[in-house]
Design a protein around this ligand. Structure first.
Ligand code: ADP
Ligand code: MG
Length: 492
């Protein structure tokens, strides 16, 4: 990859390079090559079949549902779905891998290429994918300290995974986290992964290196199994600082696999990294090539749910929203369908977007609840933004109406009646009577002769002071734009 102009922030004069490998656990009910259940949390070894225990003679049978999900992912990221892909044995020894090899895909993966697009702040980014391949998960070693023994639980063995690999396209920990969040959004949106990071359904490995701008790619270290966005950022930031320190001290970076310790906030080398050759990959003779007919791909494409970026483009085209807003509104299906319900009842599209991404999301964050209808219904929010849009109340007064709706202060009649009743009860109506407003402004001008002089001398700060005085005199009920206009007219 070219050493072009740095496209991210430099850290102490170094460019940061990050590539991700993400293991997403697929939502099939049974395992990738056996009929055992994939449900989480069962008693050890109660969900493992002869295939998962690797009993001699037990043969793997491909789970069609896992392939279906791989196709859906490929379509979601505009990738190529291989007509024929191949399962390979990745050979290594570990107690939780009784076969002595993991079935994975190596040379020919099922999903090839594609990209993930997202916003980093207001900047649009695109991270290229190399591939996504199907593979089986391993079991788990349980270290039972209280009896001084270790045991093996093979419930997880054979759980279907889709490993999604990026090009080294990311240039900061913030960009890496934004990518991971976007990927998480895609796989949960299309329903191929439950996204539960605590239970390990979505685990990221971050490959990190640093280089001087214009230099060749540096040697990378791979931080394994990051299962929270917060740790992801901390781990990468620590790793970048550590690598720069090493290089500045004249040490070379050794390729290695490292673990992040959330307690110390440090990364620690676990083992030096194996090369592909160490795994002696070869095609698994127990499984024929995975052949996917084009009709299967096209049927899947036709039946797929509207993707977040397609929906976002539609929001831009239909409602004239900025791309950034559309991206915010398609953060989750819940937010998107809330927005659609609001704009079915109001033409104040931009205001609806502002209120959903602003006040409403903030409230759900505060109470730690997933986004939904519980605080204020879509129809109530539509009624609220209607009254801001038609000038009845100011955006600021809207907050008090929102509060009233959340507390259920006025419950009789439809949503518009409730909103209007709150506006009435709290006296939030903007002053629309120009005559009344003009009289107040005349009083303000008379009482602030010094400011008036200054405005006439070209001082804009003095103008703001007059607007402030007038707003105060109307107890905030005037429309600031209207006040401004009237003042300008009167002062010439
Ligand atoms: P391996 O076969 O050893 O896993 P890959 O070539 O598949 O290596 O790369 C694994 C991941 O590491 C990919 O996400 C890739 O983008 C990333 N990567 C490769 N080289 C670098 C580098 N110099 N710095 C950061 N990430 C890198
Ligand atoms: Mg790899």
């Amino acid at each position: 990859m070219q050493a072009g102009r740095p496209t991210g922030p430099l850290v102490q004069g170094y460019e940061v390079i990050i590539g991700f490998e993400t293991h997403t656990q697929l939502t099939t009910k049974s395992k990738i090559f056996s009929r055992a259940s994939t449900a989480f949390g069962a008693e050890p070894n109660t969900q493992a079949s002869a295939v998962d225990f690797a009993l001699p003679g037990a043969l793997p049978v491909m789970n069609k549902g896992a392939v279906q999900r791989a196709i859906e992912f490929g379509l979601a990221v505009n990738a190529h779905i291989a007509e024929s892909s191949v399962f390979a044995r990745k050979n290594y020894f570990y107690p939780d891998l009784p076969k002595g090899y993991q079935i994975s895909q190596f040379e020919i993966p099922v999903v090839q290429g594609g990209s993930v697009e997202f916003f980093l702040g207001e900047e649009k980014k695109s991270v290229r994918l190399v591939r996504a391949h199907l593979e089986e998960d391993a079991g788990k070693s349980l270290h039972e300290d209280f009896i001084g023994m270790s045991g093996i639980d093979l419930n997880r063995a054979g759980t279907p995974l889709l490993e999604i690999v990026t090009e080294p396209d990311m240039r900061s920990s913030a960009e890496a986290v934004a990518y991971a969040k976007e990927l998480h959004k895609i796989v949960t949106w299309i329903g191929i992964c439950d996204g539960n990071m605590q239970e390990g359904s979505f685990r990221c490995d971050a490959n990190v290196s640093v280089r001087k701008p214009g230099a060749e790619l540096g040697t990378r270290r791979e931080i394994k199994n990051l299962n929270s966005f917060k740790f992801m950022q901390q781990a990468i930031d620590y790793e970048v600082r550590w690598q720069i320190e090493q290089l500045e001290d004249g040490h070379a970076i050794q390729q290695a696999t490292v673990l992040f310790d959330p307690d110390t906030g440090e990364t620690r080398a676990m083992r030096t990294k194996e090369d592909a050759a160490d795994y002696r990959y070869f095609p698994d003779p127990d499984l024929p090539p995975l052949v996917i007919g084009r009709d299967w791909v096209e049927k899947t494409r036709a039946e797929m749910t509207e993707l977040p970026r397609v929906m976002a483009a539609r929001f831009v085209a239909t409602y004239g929203l900025p791309e950034y807003d559309a991206g915010q509104l398609t953060q989750s299906k819940a937010v998107a369908s809330y927005f659609e319900a609001v704009v079915a009842a109001s033409r104040e599209y931009k205001l609806a977007s502002n209120w959903i991404s602003g006040e409403l999301s903030r409230r759900f964050n505060l109470i730690g609840e997933p986004f939904g209808d519980s605080l204020v219904t879509p129809l109530q929010l539509a009624a609220l933004v209607n009254r801001i849009g038609d000038g009845t109340i100011s955006n600021n007064a809207g907050r008090q109406v929102f509060e009233g709706l959340a507390l259920g202060e006025q419950l009789s009649g439809d949503a518009q009646k409730q909103v209007d009743a709150i506006i009435e009860a709290k006296g939030l109506k903007q002053m629309s009577d120009t005559g009344e407003l003009e009289k107040i402004i005349d009083d303000v001008l008379a009482a602030n002769a010094k400011n008036v002089e200054e405005v006439k001398a070209g001082n804009t700060k003095a103008m703001n002071a007059l607007v402030g005085q007038a707003m105060k005199a109307t107890k905030g009920k005037a429309n600031p734009a209207q006040v401004n206009e009237l003042l300008k007219k009167k002062l010439g």
